[in-house]
Design a protein around this ligand. Structure first.
Ligand SMILES: *[C@@H]1O[C@H](CO)[C@@H](O)[C@H](O)[C@H]1NC(C)=O
Ligand SMILES: *[C@@H]1O[C@H](CO)[C@@H](O)[C@H](O)[C@H]1NC(C)=O
Ligand SMILES: *[C@@H]1O[C@H](CO)[C@@H](O)[C@H](O)[C@H]1NC(C)=O
Length: 260
């Protein structure tokens, strides 16, 4: 089940992105996955007065903007990691849509909450308008230069949709394909060990993606599990909980794509 799911979800992500920018009919039919078929038939039955995608989507982008201050290697690594963040988020969203609260993972991280809110936070990572959600490498606030261990930071009141990436992100964060390696475990390792999952954290800090609501209500693995019991309404908008959940439902599947 692992490899099949992973492959279809990757294709789903890619076809989902194409669907926005290309002709709806071009969405490929993926065996073992119903969503592209569903999207294709939705498009086919959409009245023409509703199909002017270009018009209503004008001026928006589902791609994350990367500042020119990131050189070609940084740009390539960052693009890859952003794609991995989207893969993690789309897996997590699809898991919730498929299993709802009958999933033991859902109960573990979100307790008795309803399913729409966490599914929505994951979908924002993939499908929200990313205009202004800028990633830059020029260290405008001088934190990379002055804070020893910083791999990056949210620009906060200086630019609430912008994220600075420091060199440590490129040299120390792991690619998602290594999820079955590096001695990684969901319960025992930081959620920010992978460049992609670290970016989930950074993206939820931005006003545009996190809407000022996704935040730090609990951080450690233990305290996230406790939050699911004590306060499910906070668990569904807790940045660390969303990361733990995404990593917990995805690693074996994503790892199997890389052949491990
Ligand atoms: C990009 O910048 C990094 C420093 O962050 C440097 O090590 C690397 O050599 C640069 N790559 C290119 C292609 O300029
Ligand atoms: C799961 O959701 C259903 C309906 O949405 C609800 O009746 C049920 O109590 C929920 N179960 C748990 C364990 O939250
Ligand atoms: C915002 O800019 C000021 C002035 O450059 C700087 O001192 C501060 O650390 C910056 N804030 C963040 C979150 O980097």
């Amino acid at each position: 089940m692992g490899p099949v799911l992973a492959t279809s979800s990757l294709l789903l992500l890619i076809s989902g992105l194409q669907w926005v920018s290309a002709a709806p009919a071009a969405a490929p039919l993926v065996s073992g996955s119903t969503s592209p078929v569903h999207e294709t038939s939705l498009a086919a039955y959409t009245p023409t007065w509703m199909t002017s995608l270009d018009q209503w989507a004008a001026g928006t982008t589902t791609d994350y903007p990367i500042h020119a201050s990131c050189n070609s290697s940084e740009n390539a690594l960052l693009r890859q990691a952003l794609l991995e963040a989207e893969v993690l988020a789309s897996h997590a969203r699809d898991h919730i849509l498929r299993y709802g609260n009958s999933s033991s993972y859902f109960l573990k991280y979100f307790g008795k909450s309803t399913t729409a809110e966490p599914a929505g936070w994951f979908d924002r990572i993939v499908n929200a308008d990313k205009t202004g959600v800028l990633f830059r490498c020029d260290d405008p606030d001088h934190n990379c230069a002055t804070q020893d261990s910083w791999a990056g930071h949210w620009r906060g009141s200086n630019a609430s949709d912008e994220t600075v990436i420091c060199e440590l992100s490129f040299t120390k964060k792991w690619p998602l394909g290594g999820m079955c390696g590096y001695g990684y475990s969901v319960a025992g390792s930081p959620t920010t060990a992978f460049f992609g999952s670290d970016l989930l954290h950074r993206l939820y800090h931005t006003d545009k993606i996190g809407e000022g609501v996704v935040g730090h209500y609990a951080d450690s693995y233990r305290s996230c599990l406790q939050l699911a019991i004590d306060n499910p309404n906070e668990a569904v908008r807790n940045s660390a909980t969303l990361r733990y959940f995404a990593l917990d439902v995805s690693p074996r599947k994503v790892g199997s794509v890389a052949g491990s």
